[in-house]
Structure formats: C-alpha cells, structure tokens
Design a protein around this ligand. Structure first.
Ligand code: FAD
Length: 343
C-alpha cells in the first residue's frame, strides 16, 4: 500500500493530466541533474543533449544538501540547452534516497506542465525513475539510445536495446501520454557543453540511509576512460586479479573492469562490472582478459573502438567481436605484454 502522501500525489497528478491531456502542449522537459563532489555527472550532460533533441525548453532540477546545491546550479545555468533551473536543498537529500527525490519530482509534476522527464541511466536514476513511474502510474522508457518528437501528432519516438543489445526496439509514446519519462544511455548522446551566459519540502519517509560506500581509485573512471582492461573468471581470485591486471592497466593508463563472473566471485568490486547489468563502456581500447564473451558482457563493451582479447580457448565467443585476438594462457601473455609496454 502506498503511503498516504504518495496516493494523494498520484490522484492529483491524474486529474491534472486529464485536464490538459488532449491539448498539444509545447515541449518542456524536466532534466534531473545528478552531481557528485561539486561536479555535474557526465551522464546528466548526455541526458541534456537528449532532452535538447526534443526541442522546446529544458529546465534542470538540482537537488542536494545545503551547501552543495548553489555551485551546481551555477554550472547548470551555463550549460548549452538549459532554459531554466529549479533547485531544492535539504539534509534529507544528502544521500539521494529514491523515496525523497520521487516525492519532490511528483510534487513538481503535480503543479507544472512538463511534457518530458529526463534522467541519465545511472544506478541512482534506475532507483528513482521506476518509482516515479509507479507513483504517477505512467510508463517510463529506460536506457534510451535515440529520441525524437513529432510536433504534427505530438508523439515521441524512442529506441532502446533489448535482448542484451542484440535487437533495438522502437517505442512510440502517444500524444495521450502527457508526460513522457525516460532515462538516457550516456554513450549514445554527446555531453552537452557549457556556454558562458519552487522548491518542495521533503516529507518524512520511512527510509533511513545507512551508508554509502564509494569505491575509491586513482585510476580513470570506468564509464568514461579511454582505455579499459577487463578480467574474467579465469583470474582465479581477488589477489591474482589485481596482481595480473593492475600492471597492465598501469602501463596503459587504463581503468580496470570485470565480467560479472569475476564480480560475483569477489575478485572485483561490483562498480567495475561491465555488461548488461553493469556499466556500458565505449573506450578507444578494450582489453578482455580471460573473458568468454557472453552476450550479456558484449552488451556493455561491443561499441569499443578497438577490442583486444586474450583467451586460451580459440573458440571463445569473444574472438567474434575482437579486432585483435591472442589465443594464449593469460598468465604468460599478460606479464610478457607488460614487459614489452614498459620498455
Ligand atoms: C540476466 C543476466 C545478466 C548478466 N549481466 C552480465 C553483465 O552485466 N556482465 C557480464 O560480464 N556478465 C553478465 N552476465 C553473465 C554472463 O552470462 C556470463 O556468465 C559472464 O559474462 C561470464 O564471465 P566470464 O567470461 O568471466 O567467465 P566464463 O564464461 O567462465 O569465461 C572464462 C573464460 O576464461 C578463459 N580462460 C580460462 N583460463 C584461462 C587462462 N589461463 N588464460 C586465458 N583464458 C583463460 C576461458 O577459456 C573462458 O573463455 C549476465 C547473465 C545474466 C543471465
């Protein structure tokens, strides 16, 4: 059973929606802007590009704890494509709980005529957007790779990957769906550049934030790195994973990634997982070491510019997508490669 406040928001939104559902409203998108340590997340910049492609106005929504929000609002104002900024600060927003952010988004949508709600396809948004969709009882489209709006019939058309990226679905949101909610695949849209040029109170929610654990690393960030070295189940354990892959990643200035098998076995942190249920990467160079190349893994890396695979099984499916393949025992090939790179 939904809490009373959410039931009320859902009812008011339905009435509000019916009152202008038949009208062809001018496009006005609400962009949920994610940020960390004083910087706007790269995924939100891609989401802004997607929102801009719809035409019309784009209002950024910045939410955070007091002290964090002001500097982000200034940065958002300077982004190309942004036409307005809403912001709300409260200690309750410190940890981006889906429950509090959803209430805020729902109360904004209750009062304003936004035609689209856009967010990046981040772990955070994957928590918030389905909840918002449930609260408002309207469908959401996730992991969108392209978007376009037709003013003549007021429909929005999206494409998104299905079957682990082996097929692309085209989804048309009809004019009768007044607010279209979607999350954006960051690698499918360029990041919006900077150009020089209502707040709602969080209600009490029955959720308490316990702890946020952020994996710290001196390496480039996996999602945006130009080079990625990934390891699979063949790396045996956390120690050999690190001892084998780190020297190669150091020599290449690369981020480290992992297959789900390696993550599930505890060799690597789950923030490093590449694939359908992990991160989607498209670096200049992707080195897959001891990874078989299951479709769910390929879904996260097959857009990489140059794929290098090292596997002792010549029939491993990874070789079907690799530009360069080496059939060898990784425990011999990788140290040899590191030695050559260090020369
Ligand atoms: C719904 C769903 C979602 C999933 N999401 C993901 C995802 O996001 N990412 C992901 O990666 N997987 C995902 N998976 C799991 C996926 O199906 C595979 O099980 C997984 O990718 C296998 O990981 P692996 O290649 O490391 O292991 P394996 O398939 O066990 O492959 C290990 C490879 O190492 C090679 N090898 C062994 N020893 C050596 C050696 N000494 N030298 C060289 N090569 C060696 C073997 O020949 C083999 O090819 C998902 C599965 C499901 C069902």
């Amino acid at each position: 059973m939904l809490p009373r406040r959410i039931r009320a928001l859902s009812r008011t939104y339905s009435r509000h929606r019916r009152s202008f559902a038949s009208a062809s409203s001018p496009i006005h998108s609400l962009l949920y802007v994610e940020h960390r340590s004083g910087d706007i997340d790269a995924g939100s910049l891609s989401a802004l590009t997607a929102a801009s492609q719809l035409g019309g106005k784009v209002t950024g929504l910045v939410v955070g704890r007091p002290g964090d929000v002001d500097s982000i609002v200034e940065k958002v104002k300077n982004l190309e494509g942004i036409t307005g900024v809403l912001h709300s600060s409260s200690e309750a927003y410190t940890n981006n709980l889906a429950e509090t952010i959803t209430l805020l988004l729902a109360s904004i949508l209750e009062r304003s005529e936004y035609t689209h709600v856009v967010s990046s396809h981040s772990s955070n948004s994957k928590n918030i957007i389905p909840r918002l969709s449930g609260v408002l009882d309207i469908p959401a489209v996730s992991d969108v790779m392209s978007v376009s709006h037709s003013p003549s019939d007021n429909t929005t058309t999206f494409t998104r990957p299905i079957y682990a990226g082996n097929a692309i679905a085209t989804i048309k949101a009809p004019a009768s769906l007044h607010t279209k909610i979607f999350t954006v695949r960051s690698t499918a849209f360029a990041k919006a550049p900077s150009s020089p040029h209502s707040s709602a109170k969080p209600s009490d929610v029955p959720t308490t934030h316990l702890e946020t654990i952020i994996a710290k690393s001196d390496r480039p960030e996996l999602g945006t790195a130009a080079r990625v070295v990934s390891g699979g189940r063949a790396l045996k354990n956390a120690v050999t994973f690190k001892e084998t892959l780190n020297p190669l990643a150091d020599a290449l200035g690369a981020a480290v990634g992992a297959s789900r098998a390696a993550v599930d076995a505890g060799y690597a942190d789950n923030s490093l997982q590449v694939g359908q249920t992990g991160k989607v990467v498209a670096p200049e160079l992707y080195v897959a070491i001891g990874i078989s190349g299951a479709i769910q893994h390929l879904a996260g890396m097959k857009d990489s510019k140059l794929i290098v695979a090292i596997n002792k099984d010549a029939d491993a499916p990874i070789f079907q997508v690799a530009d360069v393949g080496l059939v060898a025992d990784l425990y011999e090939a990788v140290p040899e490669l590191v030695k050559k790179l260090q020369k």
